[in-house]
Write a protein that binds this ligand. Structure first.
Ligand code: ADP
Ligand code: MG
Length: 425
């Protein structure tokens, strides 16, 4: 008899995790809350919202779930791991006090400053007058960030003092992000190229995943508004072996150790968003979970049974595990609904999924999809993550676009330059 696994979330990241979990011979049944149309292929989807941690716990108890995996940050910051552990349930993810690393940018920045982790110089404010006076005096461009969770909308790169004042107004006076804007960070604007660096850690051992890079802007050439991510690829050549070592030595291990020194054992996936300029990586932020869409190309490259890794993290014996990654690069193209990241329609029938999935070395991960009378329809802004591997990054890109071009619905759009930075190098 294998184990029963519950995956919390319903995006492309959770589909990729479910796909990898389903590949484990140790697994008997998979549930996903709430899941999506693609996940139904190997999991039973249950309509519980990821923020309803009590309902999730009841479900896990009733169905004798052996292992729960948390996708999004919200349940982590609400303390789902603490609650499950208290109830004797096994769960993968950081406890509430560790999840503060993402839930409070000020908490993260202060630890970084205390232990010398490279990051932009900053000041923090909970008083609006002080924040205003501060930005009026600065000359260099700054970035203003709401302290708490804001679904990626609470960060304002401000080139002038006036723009910074406007950002402070929106965060603290108009309270556009509610209590997440009770305090804010003003930090130096950094230039360079971004990359994502994600590790498994059990609070002692840090096991890095390969590097990856996300594409946040909606249009080709990094134009248009920010999104949840329009595509990703792995590895990101901007993270050279030297930079990789530097990030492990200067960022990842010090952060895990700093938390430990504060009595916090970080167990889960730890994500550093980096800005790399002339070989110098600096941390933009920490996330306390797998990235979306970075997880899609990463899961395609993971050879080791994911259940072994997650169990080792939970039991704090990650040092015993050798995590093996496929050297072949992989690429994920996010296919989005018309209008995304603004307003968009739902319920558009999607065609060509079977043909696309037949492209070699390709998996179609679903994000915002649902089933209507057996037909897969759009049900979100980011709809699919077409993910392919190749012997070279060029092959991977070609496979992914060959597959994406076979898929259609009314208003579908996607970027045509995913992974261009990897080729240009
Ligand atoms: N100090 C900075 N300098 C330049 N760009 C930044 C800086 N901080 C954030 N950004 C940009 O804003 C994006 C979002 O910021 P981040 O700190 O990752 O917050 P979140 O993901 O919570 O919105 C980053 O991916 C990066 O493009
Ligand atoms: Mg970010």
């Amino acid at each position: 008899m294998g184990i029963k696994v519950l995956i919390i979330g319903g995006g492309g990241r959770e589909h990729a995790l479910a796909w990898k979990v389903a590949a484990s011979p140790q697994v008997d049944r998979i549930y996903c809350a709430p899941g999506n149309a693609g996940i139904t292929e190997f999991a039973e989807c249950v309509s519980i919202d990821p923020s309803h941690t009590g309902a999730l716990q009841d479900f896990a108890v009733r169905n004798k779930i052996d292992l729960t995996i948390v996708g999004p940050e919200l349940p982590l910051t609400l303390g789902i791991v603490d609650a499950f552990e208290h109830a004797g349930l096994r769960i993968f993810g950081p406890a509430k006090n560790a999840a503060l690393l993402e839930a409070s940018k000020i908490f993260a920045k202060e630890i970084m400053r205390d232990c010398g982790i490279p990051t932009a110089d900053f000041a923090t404010f909970s008083d609006v007058e002080r924040a205003r006076n501060y930005v009026k005096q600065i000359h260099a461009p700054v970035v203003v960030k709401a302290d708490g969770l804001a679904s990626g909308k609470g960060v304002f790169p401000s080139l002038t003092a006036d723009e910074a004042l406007e950002a402070i107004e929106r965060i603290m006076i108009k309270k556009e992000f509610g209590s997440s804007g009770a305090a804010l960070v003003v930090e130096d604007f950094l230039r360079g190229e971004e990359a994502s660096f994600i590790c498994f850690t059990d609070g002692r051992t840090v096991s890095p995943m390969p590097s990856s890079q996300d594409h946040k802007r909606v249009f080709d050439g990094d134009r248009g508004p920010n999104t949840g991510g329009m595509g990703a690829y792995s590895p990101a050549p901007v993270v050279t072996p030297e930079i990789h070592e530097r990030v492990m030595e200067k960022v990842m291990r010090p952060m895990v150790a700093a938390l430990k020194a504060r009595g916090i054992t970080y167990k889960g996936a730890l994500y550093a968003g980096l800005m790399i300029e002339q070989g110098e990586p600096r941390v933009l932020e920490f996330n306390v979970r797998f990235g979306d869409p970075e997880t899609q190309p990463l899961m395609l490259r993971l050879n080791t049974d994911i259940i072994d890794i997650l169990n080792a993290v939970i039991d704090e014996r990650l040092s015993e595990i050798c995590v093996d990654w496929d050297p072949r690069p992989s690429v994920c193209i996010v296919m989005a609904a018309d209008g995304y990241p603004g307003k968009y329609e739902k319920g558009r029938p999607i065609s060509g999924l079977k043909e696309a999935a037949a492209v070699p070395d390709t998996v179609i991960f679903h994000a915002g999809t649902s089933l209507r009378n057996g037909q897969v329809v759009t049900d979100g802004g980011r709809v699919l993550g077409v993910t392919s591997r190749g012997c070279t990054i060029t092959d991977a890109i070609q496979n992914a676009y060959t597959a994406a071009d076979k898929i259609h619905w009314e208003g579908v759009h996607y970027r045509h330059d995913i992974a261009h930075r990897a080729i240009n190098r």
